[in-house]
Design a protein around this ligand. Structure first.
Ligand SMILES: NC(=O)C1=CN([C@@H]2O[C@H](COP(=O)(O)OP(=O)(O)OC[C@H]3O[C@@H](n4cnc5c(N)ncnc54)[C@H](OP(=O)(O)O)[C@@H]3O)[C@@H](O)[C@H]2O)C=CC1
Ligand SMILES: O=C(CO)COP(=O)(O)O
Length: 331
């Protein structure tokens, strides 16, 4: 198949390699000429994925939007979530009417509290059956190293989910399918907020008990919010839920975990942003989750506590103190 990936960041490029390894012709679109030239002329993305010495031969790049998508059967979107709407507006009349559009993004739009399925479909005026989300425990560097991993492809039309899953299946990358797009979106976005908190606790020197407490309460929070948004509770126990929570909250390869760890070590939000090796989606997503919780009538103590860290600079101990009320409750 001809597949175009919009955004040659770490995950966009690593997923592009998966698609190329699966036998597809892959075109990466990027704004920065340095990235385009690197991938097109040298099969290397030295800016965002330097660990891969040589990207596959069936992977090229362009900075021209029309050229990028003109023959695409699948268009994959891997742009930082807060910029997706603006970036996609430029592709609205260029993407073929038959193409399936796949989002790899894990974030909630801060200005609207909308999930990426909503943002992408609104920006491109796309029917539900032509939108798919991909979410799972997929730290980009490990996937780029071709370490065994699995993911979940969600689409309202299960045949289209299968088409996308087949397109990204290799001997090291396995894709499952689901109809639960909302569940995938909620898992991917909210685990980033939890990873910020776990990272912060680790950076402050706390151990396994504290990390497990935050992860478990984070999972409870994302399950409650996801259910209220219309997700299937089963999704939270799967790869995109518990799976991604485990990977992201347990690895310094995660930008969200590392951002949190830097806060825990005493860096300011500004300093942690400067130190970040790519987008930490949990940062802008945190306040969007708090707003979404209010909209859906679901308590979001973890997201609220992290929003106080990000907005008011409260300490790790103060953040942890906000996770629980004073009264004794059932778990
Ligand atoms: N890295 C990972 O392990 C995983 C990441 N994800 C998700 O995938 C998404 C992308 O992540 P990743 O590739 O790692 O992030 P990076 O930080 O490596 O790259 C961000 C990408 O967004 C692009 N971008 C930013 N602003 C704009 C804009 N205004 N217009 C167009 N493009 C823009 C960047 O382009 P430029 O380089 O030109 O600035 C770059 O391609 C995120 O939502 C992330 O949560 C999901 C699973 C795994
Ligand atoms: O989503 C991820 C792994 O599944 C990557 O997490 P980060 O965006 O925090 O690096």
């Amino acid at each position: 198949m001809n597949i175009t990936v919009l955004g040659a960041g770490a995950w966009g490029t690593a997923f592009g390699q998966v698609l190329a390894d699966a036998g597809n012709n892959v075109t990466m679109w990027a704004i920065e000429p340095e990235i385009v030239e690197g991938i097109r002329d040298h099969h290397h993305n030295g800016v965002r994925l330097p660990s891969v010495a040589k990207l596959p031969d069936n992977m090229t790049a362009t900075g021209d939007r029309a050229e990028a998508v003109k023959d695409a059967e699948i268009v994959v979107v891997a742009i930082a979530a807060q910029f997706a709407r603006v970036a996609l507006a430029e592709f609205k009349n260029l993407i073929p009417q038959t193409a399936i559009v796949v989002s790899l993004m894990k974030g909630i739009e801060r200005t609207t509290s909308k999930r990426m399925d909503q943002v992408v479909r609104e920006a491109l005026d796309l029917p539900a059956e032509r939108f798919a989300a991909v979410s799972g425990p997929n730290l980009s560097k490990e996937v780029a190293d071709r370490q065994p991993a699995a993911t979940v492809v969600g689409c309202a039309d299960l045949d289209n989910a299968r088409k996308v899953a087949k397109a990204c299946t290799t001997d090291y990358f396995k894709a499952f399918v689901t109809r639960d797009v909302i569940g995938l979106e909620m898992c991917g976005s909210l685990k980033n907020v939890t990873a910020l908190a776990v990272g912060m606790a680790r950076g402050a020197g706390y151990g396994e008990n504290t990390a497990a407490m935050i992860e478990t309460r984070g999972l409870a929070e994302l399950t409650a919010l996801g259910k209220a948004a219309g997700a299937d509770p089963k999704t939270f126990a799967g790869l995109a839920g518990v799976g991604d929570m485990t990977a992201t909250c347990g690895s310094p390869l995660s930008r969200n975990y590392t951002f949190g760890a830097n806060l825990g070590k005493g860096l300011s939000v500004e300093e942690a942003t400067k130190a970040s090796n790519g987008v930490a989606e949990g940062v802008p997503t945190t306040s969007a989750v708090v707003a979404l919780g209010k909209e859906l009538g679901v308590a979001t103590p973890l997201a609220y506590a992290m929003s106080r860290v990000l907005e008011d600079g409260i300490s790790c101990q103060q953040m942890l103190g906000l996770l629980f009320g004073d009264e004794i409750t059932e778990e």
